[in-house]
Write a protein that binds this ligand. Structure first.
Ligand code: FE
Ligand code: FE
Length: 199
């Protein structure tokens, strides 16, 4: 994959080297599998291959960064500090978008938003956003119960796969007694309201 100038001046290899240096090998391999799944979905649903590749290889860049890094980004960008309470599981999305822009020079809002929202989804997702959101969930390394369902749905309807992930994620959090980031429920409600359009 060669990226056009309008997206980034970095090569894919240089991005991968940098990404790899910031995380455990297992997570890096996850990222490569997400990219592969994202490109397959992009082919199927006529998405933008370059945008999907970039969003995929950068989506978890911030996942293993120390909390102090996130603290300073929240200060610098004047984000609502509430996000810090929900852990890196939630904040690595916005932090990833921050680095995609500041470090890798990406200005394309569709890519940045796809990365920012990949953890909780959003009310209105772009095609690239939906592809990343679903690819992250169904990549071949995923083993959770229901993943076969999710993969089958993704082949039929991207929207149904997005809805499935949103729903299953909330069920999982509630079952495990984990805090639900309020925005997650807002996203869920929005997708439930849109249901008639999806099914
Ligand atoms: Fe992630
Ligand atoms: Fe991921």
């Amino acid at each position: 994959m060669v990226y056009s100038e309008k997206y980034t001046s970095w090569t894919r290899d240089d991005i991968l080297t940098e990404v790899k240096s910031k995380m455990k090998i297992q997570r890096f391999e996850h990222i490569l599998r997400v990219e592969k799944s994202a490109l397959e979905l992009a082919q199927r649903y006529k998405g933008n291959l370059e945008a999907c590749s970039l969003a995929a290889i950068l989506h978890d860049y911030a996942k293993e960064l120390p909390k102090e890094t996130m603290d300073s980004i929240v200060q610098e960008e004047q984000w609502n500090p509430e996000i810090l309470q929900y852990g890196s599981q939630i904040w690595h999305g916005p932090a990833g978008a921050y680095f995609a822009e500041k470090k890798f020079g990406i200005t394309d809002e569709t890519i940045l938003t796809a990365i920012r929202d990949h953890t909780i989804g959003s009310e209105k997702m772009s095609l690239t956003g939906k592809i990343l959101f679903v690819a992250d969930y169904i990549e071949p390394g995923r083993k959770f119960p229901g993943v076969q369902n999710a993969r089958a749905l993704a082949m039929e309807s991207l929207d149904q796969a997005v809805m499935f992930k949103i729903t299953q994620t909330i069920i999982h959090l509630v079952e495990k007694g984990i805090l639900v980031y309020p925005e997650t429920l807002t996203v869920y409600n929005a997708w439930v309201r849109n249901k008639e359009e999806i099914y």
